[in-house]
Design a protein around this ligand. Sequence first.
Ligand SMILES: [Zn+2]
Length: 371
Amino acid sequence: MIDVLALTQALLRADSVTPARGRVFDVLESALVPIGFTVDRFVVGEPPDGPVENMIALRPGGDRHLAFAGHVDVVPPGDGWTGSPWSGDVHGGLLHGRGAVDMKGAVAAFAAAASRATGPTLSMLITGDEEGPATYGTPVLIERMAARGIAPDLCLVGEPTSVARLGDMAKIGRRGSVNIWIDVPGRQGHVAYPHLADNPAGKLAQALAALQAMGLDHGNAWFQPSNLEITDITVGNPAHNVIPARASARLNIRFNDEQRGADLIDRVRAIVHEHAPGAVVEGKVSGEAFLTEPGAFTALMSAAIEVQTGLVPELSTSGGTSDARFLSKLCPTVEFGLINATMHQVDEAVAVADLETLTAIYADVIVRLTT
Ligand SMILES: [Zn+2]
């Protein structure tokens, strides 16, 4: 049986700032092979986004196939840690290290659960590039799975979804995100001779006011209303007596499953053009919204969480985007993991007791999927 604390410590001690490869994967492979997994590791990509290592570990079992998806790369530790960010030391019941909650702890917990429980076919889809651009991460893993004919029925993503106590929240979807750039050209001139110039600043202000006033939707049973935020306004004019030549702004929209990113870009462009006909509006969709409608899998997850923690998890779609956006295209996908309070922070830490409880929850899910 795999000891979850020892495996998490070994993973933490293998420094793996994104994009990750090598030693941290060696540690995981040497834990998984003795419990029956066959491990397929592959390195892809060129600088600057690569090279990245990914792993598909597979253990055949019953008819149903549960995939656990996670990452072993971490964000840079930053300055000001009490001890070394790679120490894996335990103090007062807390295990410290970059990646303890996001998400080496959950990766170790699933491996430990697989060493205790059998039943369904299990796979572990582990990327070394979730925290970075993800160019060579989960999308590449999914391509490789398709080429090998590996098709999970259910996917559990081990991101840290719990808020105040382990078990209080799981995620069944995420909002989409789109970034939009607006550039309003004008004609520079003297403020005393406005008929000889064309001021873009007022047009941009009117366009932004109209965008702020635009209601996108009212949200629905599983999502909050879509929301637009102005993130930058730039005119860049140091003079008092000059009409500026251009004005620009940036926006971000976090949107629910009633919207599509490309449609939002079109809507913003149309509103901007009402106030600034010559404006250039460009957009980039970072991810579409997705949802796994509550059903048998979410009920099974909730039951396992409640048995082990006494808490019925809130099924949420809050927070930023995650790799679940890729996996949810394959099969019903739920995210559940440790308490996220210290993720990406200095002195990231996880309660050792939570590692044990998370292992018990994951093992319970595996057992409940036995046919
Ligand atoms: Zn993460």
